[in-house]
Design a binder for this molecule. Structure first.
Ligand SMILES: Cc1cc2nc3c(=O)[nH]c(=O)nc-3n(C[C@H](O)[C@H](O)[C@H](O)COP(=O)(O)O)c2cc1C
Length: 172
């Protein structure tokens, strides 16, 4: 699919069917995660694929934004591997790197005919504890993925209300 077509068609899917996601498609989404650019190509992402009954029960208890998806990627940043600034005390690119990774995954999912929704409405500490995630791995976001249900529609009014380009651009 042409990139602009994909970017304008994609929307956050908040209603999923039970249809399981094929392993080949999961592999392609993970390939997209692998190809994502990260600072100095350090690739600090750590991705957990939640899909067992136990994992799905847990994440549904901890987050109300799973929307019936059959699986969820938990995208994290391995803080041991992130690029750290020498001049800005405490600054690392972990969250930025993971966001690029998640964007790649979200767009590849759509390319594969799958819906997804980027989710940050969860308690990072509670999720880390529930999945025994070590302290140096920082959860950044969730990406529920699956086939959209037949009645899935973009949420109004957020989906296609865009600011004018001139409003957020300044040529200097
Ligand atoms: C950083 C970030 C955090 C988000 N967190 C949530 C969330 O917790 N729950 C949710 O339902 N959607 C969440 N979204 C999805 C946005 O609400 C959605 O992308 C936005 O409204 C635009 O709609 P669209 O994706 O359908 O184009 C998040 C998106 C981003 C980029």
């Amino acid at each position: 699919m042409d990139f602009m077509e994909l970017a304008s068609q994609r929307y956050s899917v908040r209603s999923y069917s039970d249809r399981p996601v094929e392993q080949e498609k999961i592999d392609l989404i993970l390939k997209a995660a692998q190809l994502a650019p990260t600072a100095v190509n350090y690739q600090p992402q750590m991705i957990y694929l939640l899909r067992s009954k136990a994992a799905m029960e847990k994440i549904n208890r901890l987050c109300r934004c799973i929307y019936g998806a059959p699986m969820v990627f938990l995208i994290c940043s391995d803080e041991r591997k992130t690029w750290k600034s020498q001049t800005e005390q405490g600054y690392s690119t972990g969250e930025m790197d993971s966001s690029i990774v998640c964007t790649h995954m979200m767009l590849e999912a759509w390319e594969q005919g799958l819906g997804s929704v980027w989710v940050r409405l969860f308690d990072v500490k509670a999720v880390a504890k529930a999945f025994n995630i070590p302290q140096y791995i920082k959860p950044i976001c969730l990406l529920p993925v699956g086939y959209a249900s037949e009645d899935s529609v973009p949420y109004a009014p957020w989906h296609d209300v865009y600011r004018d380009i001139s409003e957020f651009t300044e040529v200097l």
